[in-house]
Design a protein around this ligand. Structure first.
Ligand code: F6R
Length: 356
């Protein structure tokens, strides 16, 4: 039930700190983050991971690639489910397939699962729904523990997917004896608190949304590295519920085409959470500002500059997707409200897409 909330989406955004805490406790055994031994074995035996998903879950998969490659040193490919099944790439010798799906019912993902099982490969499903089709038909399941997600636009499931992917990659990296120089359990707690701090200031985010998105036809989201993954998710959220045309892309790509679309007042959101890349992103923003764009720079405490629109509490650098996505979710929520859109049930969309 949505109780006193005007929309499920806002309720689900608010639940996110609790979801992270729940996941940490669900994946903790004797004070240590843990995943099932057979899943660890499957990960250790794989020479490459193939992450298959759609929409928001695909965007979580892109973050997951960073986690598995950086923490567990396993190469990863991330594929859009509807593309993979009918145009299968050349596979490695010992692939492990990871399906990410909130509902566990997405037909595009299921057709891939059926094909890879026919080929004799192992599959792990990361889902919010125990007993769902993708969970039943895969060899292994990791649950998201996010509770029912009712709003069509996915929020807490994305954050849960990112957290579970981080735990899986971290546990695998640790069990391989790799050097990971932070305590993920503690850092997820820090991230949960950071999300709460951002949510507590949602009125400020509403002001930004009302000011820059009230009348615009389009908006852009840029980032580099892991911020690029989140910028695509920010654009998808905005498109889905406010019907504003939005695009998320790599900051460096601006000058290769998209900058032609910048007009006086075009909103450009930039994520600048990665130390090695934030100066380049800021450079990209100067290029669009010089052409009249309305810049909204979202940075982290300790890395902020004077004119940044939002400065988020600092978290472990790999975990920034958990916090940078929150203002983007809220911005799309408030833009949809301002434009009088049906937030929880956007036109033409269904919560679970059971046709290919
Ligand atoms: C976006 C959204 C969709 C889903 C996609 C996959 O907010 O909800 O893009 O992420 O349809 O759904 P699942 O995760 O259930 O496979």
């Amino acid at each position: 039930e949505k109780g006193t909330y005007p929309h499920y989406m806002l309720k689900e955004i608010d639940e996110q700190p609790g979801v992270i805490r729940k996941i940490v406790s669900a994946y903790t055994v004797e004070d240590e983050l843990t995943i099932d031994a057979d899943i660890k074995t499957a990960l250790s035996e794989a020479d490459r991971l193939y992450i298959i998903a759609a929409g928001t879950s695909y965007h979580a998969g892109l973050v997951g690639k960073q986690y598995f490659e950086k923490m567990a040193k396993i190469p990863v490919e991330v594929h859009i489910a509807s593309e993979f099944g009918y145009n299968m790439p050349l596979l490695s010798e010992k692939p492990l397939f990871i399906f990410i799906s909130q509902s566990g019912e997405t037909a595009d993902s299921r057709q891939v699962l059926v094909k890879v099982k026919e080929l004799g490969y192992k599959a792990l499903t990361i889902t919010n729904v125990q007993g769902s089709t993708l969970s039943r038909e895969a060899d292994y399941t990791l649950l998201l523990h996010a509770g029912p997600e009712i709003a069509v636009a996915s929020t807490k499931a994305y954050v849960a997917q990112v957290a579970v992917l981080a735990i899986t990659a971290y546990v695998e990296g640790k069990s391989k004896g790799l050097d990971i120089d932070f305590d993920l359990k503690a850092e997820l707690g820090v991230a949960a608190n950071a999300i709460q701090t951002i949510i507590d200031k949602k009125e400020e985010i509403q002001q930004v949304a009302d000011a820059v998105l009230a009348t615009t036809r389009n908006a852009f989201f840029i980032g580099r590295g892991i911020d690029y993954c989140v910028s695509m998710e920010g654009a998808l959220k905005l498109k889905e519920i406010s019907y504003i045309q939005a695009e998320g892309f790599a900051g460096g790509e601006l000058k290769h085409g998209t900058i032609a679309l910048i007009e006086e007042g075009t909103p450009v959101f930039a994520l600048a959470s990665q130390k090695a890349m934030s100066l380049n992103v800021r450079g990209n923003m100067k290029e669009v500002v010089a052409r009249g764009a309305n810049p909204i720079i979202i940075s982290m405490e300790g890395m902020e500059e004077a004119d940044d629109s939002m400065v988020l509490p600092a978290v472990q650098e790999l975990l920034t997707p958990l916090v940078t996505v929150i203002p983007l979710q809220l911005i799309s929520y408030y833009a949809a409200l301002y434009r009088d859109c049906d937030v929880d049930k956007p036109r033409n969309l269904a919560k679970s897409v059971t046709v290919e």
